[in-house]
Design a binder for this molecule. Sequence first.
Ligand code: SF4
Length: 290
Amino acid sequence: MKPQQLTTEKTLKSPILPTWCPGCGNFAIMSVMKRVLASLGVPEEDVVVVYGIGCGGNGADFTRTYALHALHGRAIANAVGIKLANHRLKVLVLAGDGDLYGEGLNHLVASARGNHDITVIVHNNQMYSLTTGQSSPTTKQGTKTRSTPQGVVEAEINPLAVSLASGATFIARAYAGLAKQMTDMFALALNHQGFSIVDVLQPCPTFNKGMSYQWYQQRVYDLAQTQHDSSSKQAAMSLAWEEDKLPIGVIYQQSSSVPYHLQVPQITAQTLIEQFPTQINLTAGMQQFR
Ligand code: SF4
């Protein structure tokens, strides 16, 4: 049998160079993601990344992994399917706020409720940037964009509060301008047993000029420097609604989290792909519908 090749920063290197704008927060997210994946010590065939549609999702070309570039809004649904088929794989989702909090929001809620053991990393730049700057579900109410010249009418989604209310067992926020802090959050999320989400505050210097690196630097503060109790849902919900200052770090973590695949006896001992049926006889099952 061929020896397994471990995932390293070298194996993750793609011959295709990023096409992102200079200064885009996606560069830091991709390089931290590679560093953390390389630190896990897992064979490269045991890692699958599902990308959404958007600027961040274009990272599918700029990283060499087993990967799927999913339909818009369907990245989490695909990741859950992969995990259900073979729960021994490390499965990540990398997609934007429009993809995951707009078209794909119900998949986020459902996978958080099920505590599916996947890690969701959100490139949250509060904008649909690949399509040149339309408002997304996280664009602040009143913001003028190309699609909302009079200002956004709808209230913005609060992804931390939605995740918490949906039963997510690990919720963190990172800032793309602080690589060390983001590294810690990605590592914790990937080592969590169950559903984990890291909402990354990602500057988009081209289409979201109001939320620059300077803007974020004046507002973010690190929860590691506070007394925040990340096991308390009440404390986490209170943090989720802070607006003047933006907390980054572990917002909530449930320590006794049992992932979905360990609660379903049919797949706990053996993965679905190991017990894939070659012959199916539906006769007995169909009798009840006669
Ligand atoms: Fe990054 Fe914004 Fe450029 Fe997209 S449009 S690559 S999010 S800076």
